[in-house]
Design a protein around this ligand. Structure first.
Ligand SMILES: Cc1ncc(COP(=O)(O)O)c(C=O)c1O
Length: 410
């Protein structure tokens, strides 16, 4: 399903939004995290896929590979850790902690009595658990019934206490909120609620580090044009899309790229928000192989950024996402193989689907001159599931990637 957003505008990035999310804050977040042991060193690769671009009749496709962001395997390593640090700085404002020292565990003694909590489909909770262990505070992660044991174990490895509930992602969000209020724990949520926007704003600001990195990785275009005409963004509650879209919008103003948000059919809360003109809930069953995108309620805070900036909302089927995972894993003579997980490959699934719809593609000016950016937001964050869906292990795909890169260097 597709929905062209009638409220998308092309103008300078509004001041009111800039006060909440801005490139300066994104750079600062990235700087703090750059010394954290939980992140891999340096920028994640921006991979050119000329074979895929040719096959899809596009000018170019670049893929930002967030599987290489950290051992946690997803872009979420940029969000929760920064939000946790900013929360600690606020809680201990009088002590003027150094953020880098906080992440290095230098204040663990003072933070031992602090407990943080969140709900998760997997990646956000894993990132919070890893950051909590680094800073030295306790962590509770609420998981809903559909989160796999594989994902649970990956979180528990970081010492977090797991709370399992019946129900879906949105029920786990409600339970995390309830527990936080009842026990006076600190909620580090990636979605917003009435009167609780600072933490989710900090999470989204962390994601903006991806734009700051891309800016440094791209060759400058004539007339300060954006290196990309189209950016495909996976949508869960909307935080990733808001963090990325806001960054490009601030830098390129009315010349910003087209933003296209891709969600699972069963969890289309952002598309429904666009239809209704307010942050809304999905009409689907909130049950998708794209676990990170299986969210029933849009984040009202993220929606403030998405409503005026996203040109097109679309949904994809689980099969489309799996086909996109396989396409990226296969690679070709021109394109290196890439490990992209279920939610990570959804952007490519959307792009591929849009290329089969000439009228809709033309309406958003997607054509042979387009320069497309995809963000593969995760690698094999559930390795056994990845192998069963792709028919090859992530390690094997990575080995082929290394061989491809070595062959190019010869
Ligand atoms: C791999 C992956 N991609 C994309 C998203 C979507 O992010 P958001 O919920 O901020 O829209 C998530 C969310 O968990 C995710 O795990």
């Amino acid at each position: 399903m597709l929905f062209a957003n009638p409220r998308a505008v092309r103008c300078a990035y509004p001041q009111a939004l800039q006060q909440m999310l801005n490139v300066q804050g994104a750079r600062q977040s990235l700087h703090w995290l750059s010394q954290w042991s939980g992140l891999n060193h340096g920028a994640t690769p921006l991979i050119d896929l000329p074979g895929l671009a040719r096959d899809l009749g596009l000018g170019s496709i670049q893929l930002k590979d967030e599987s290489q962001r950290s051992p946690l395997g997803s872009f979420k390593a940029l969000g929760a850790p920064v939000a946790l640090v900013r929360l600690i700085l606020r809680l201990h404002a009088r002590q003027s902690f150094d953020p880098i020292a906080v992440l290095a565990g230098h204040h663990a003694g003072q933070l031992r009595g602090t407990t943080v909590i969140c709900a998760t489909d997997g990646n956000h909770g894993r990132a919070l658990a890893a950051a909590a262990r680094s800073v030295g505070c306790a962590c509770v992660i609420v998981l809903h019934a559909k989160v796999s044991v594989e994902r649970e174990q990956a979180i528990a490895e970081y010492g977090a206490t797991i709370v399992r509930i019946a129900g879906n992602y949105d029920d786990s969000v409600a339970e995390a909120r309830r527990l936080a209020a009842a026990r006076q724990w600190h909620l580090v949520s990636d979605t917003s609620f009435d009167g609780d926007e600072q933490v989710p704003c900090d999470v989204m600001q962390g994601y903006g580090g991806i734009v700051a990195e891309i800016e440094a990785q791209c060759v400058a275009m004539p007339d300060q044009a954006c290196p990309f005409t189209h950016v495909f963004l996976q949508g869960g509650v909307g935080g990733l899309a808001a963090g990325i879209a806001s960054g490009f919008w601030q830098v390129y103003g009315e010349h910003r790229p087209h933003f296209i948000v891709v969600e699972p059919e069963q969890a289309d809360c952002l598309l429904q928000s666009a239809r209704q003109g307010r942050a809304a809930s999905t009409t689907g069953a909130v049950d998708s192989v794209m676990a990170g995108l299986a969210c029933g309620d849009a984040s009202p805070l993220a929606w403030r950024f998405l409503e005026p900036s996203v040109d097109l909302f679309m949904t994809v089927r689980d099969d489309d996402a799996v086909a996109a995972m396989r396409l990226l894993a296969a690679g070709s003579a021109q394109d290196q193989p890439v490990v992209s997980g279920e939610s990570g490959a959804a952007g490519l699934a959307g792009l591929t689907a849009l290329r089969t719809m000439p009228a809709q593609a033309a309406a958003c000016v997607l054509n042979a001159a387009s320069r497309v950016l995809l963000i593969s937001t995760e690698g094999a964050t559930a390795p056994a599931l990845y192998e069963s869906l792709v028919g090859e292990s992530a390690d094997s795909v990575l080995r082929r990637q290394q061989q491809w890169i070595a062959a190019q260097a010869r």
